[in-house]
Design a protein around this ligand. Structure first.
Ligand code: NAD
Length: 295
């Protein structure tokens, strides 16, 4: 599906990113395996090569403007093109809002939100220049796959920094999808669930592989094929979408949909809103939104 294409995966030295790099390479892409940890990145490159695929290591910090620029420029220089950018790198600094310090807030917002925007900005610059150079011919374009989280879609407790960054990435996904459509660039996001270094302490035995050797729905390798599909021409009409991916499930989401409305031809008063409040909320109670699929 991706033969002759170049894909970048950020934070691909382990976990979900590693699985995405392996899946993209299995579909024929040359994969730039980015990770701050150069040893981990090198190990994934070796794994892909051992399986007959093509990969190159990169250890730039994706949340640094210059690091993101070097990552994208390096991919283009070393392979001659860029087709796919998978933004995945990140970490947690969980703390209740009242206990969170400034560095915990800044570090998480930086690595996720800026760490998604900066590589996307330089990839967009590349694809726009390519489209302009193509003149009237249809642009070759590209695909960006971002990584959000159910914590960002529903609001996770003790993760205000992460929730803000991940819901920001969901909004960024739709904004970039609109902006880059004219250059043939598609932008989608996944919210994965998997057993990785990031989640194993919280999940514990709950997410252990099944003892009977059956389908391990928590395996981080389950996410990659979905990303490879989003990156492929088979999904050429899919853009601006957010989907939760877990085991063998793909759940399509639509955020911030209007669900109630009241209107009048003059400025509202507190009393007037109170009188029409039942119309605004309908049958729903104005409480916390329901969480998604549980187990
Ligand atoms: N595991 C889950 O269930 C889950 C759920 C929701 C969202 N996510 C998201 O999926 C993505 C991958 O998570 P994971 O569980 O595989 O985590 P992980 O900790 O196993 O892997 C993250 C990788 O990112 C790298 N990294 C961190 N900062 C970097 C930077 N500035 N530049 C380059 N690389 C950097 C790390 O070195 C690490 O190898 C993250 O964005 C995470 O928020 C994961």
């Amino acid at each position: 599906m991706l033969a002759g294409r170049t894909a970048i995966v950020t934070g691909a030295g382990r976990g979900i990113g590693r699985g995405e790099a392996v899946a993209l390479a299995a579909e024929g892409a040359t994969v730039v395996v980015n990770d701050l940890d150069a040893t981990q990145a090198g190990a994934v490159v070796a794994e892909i090569e051992a399986a007959g695929g093509a990969a190159l290591p990169d250890s730039n910090d994706v949340a640094a403007w210059d690091g993101a620029r070097a990552l994208v420029a390096g991919a283009v220089e070393r392979t001659g093109r860029l087709d796919v950018l998978v933004n995945n790198a990140g970490f947690l600094r969980d703390r209740m809002s009242f206990s969170m310090d400034e560095a915990e807030w800044d570090d998480v917002v930086r690595v996720h939100l800026k760490g998604h925007f900066a590589p996307s900005k330089f990839a967009a610059e590349h694809w726009r220049a390519e489209a302009k150079a193509a003149g009237d011919a249809p642009p070759r374009g590209g695909a960006i796959v971002n990584t959000v989280s159910e914590a960002g879609l529903y609001g996770g407790t003790g993760q205000a920094n992460y929730v803000a960054a991940k819901s920001g990435i969901a909004g960024l996904t739709v904004g970039l999808a609109r902006e880059l459509e004219r250059y043939g660039v598609r932008v989608n996001a996944i919210a994965p669930r998997a057993r990785t270094q990031m989640t194993e302490a919280v999940l514990g035995d709950y997410a252990a592989p099944p003892a009977d050797g059956g389908f391990d729905e928590w395996d981080a390798g389950n996410i990659g094929p979905v990303v490879a599909w989003l990156a492929s021409d088979e999904a050429a009409d899919v853009t601006g979408q957010v989907m939760v991916v877990f085991g063998g499930r793909i759940h399509l989401f639509e955020g911030w949909t209007m669900v109630g409305e009241i209107e009048q031809d003059e400025r509202w008063s507190v009393e007037a809103i109170a009188a029409r409040r039942p119309e605004l909320f309908g049958e729903c109670r104005p409480g916390l939104p329901r969480m998604g699929f549980g187990r």
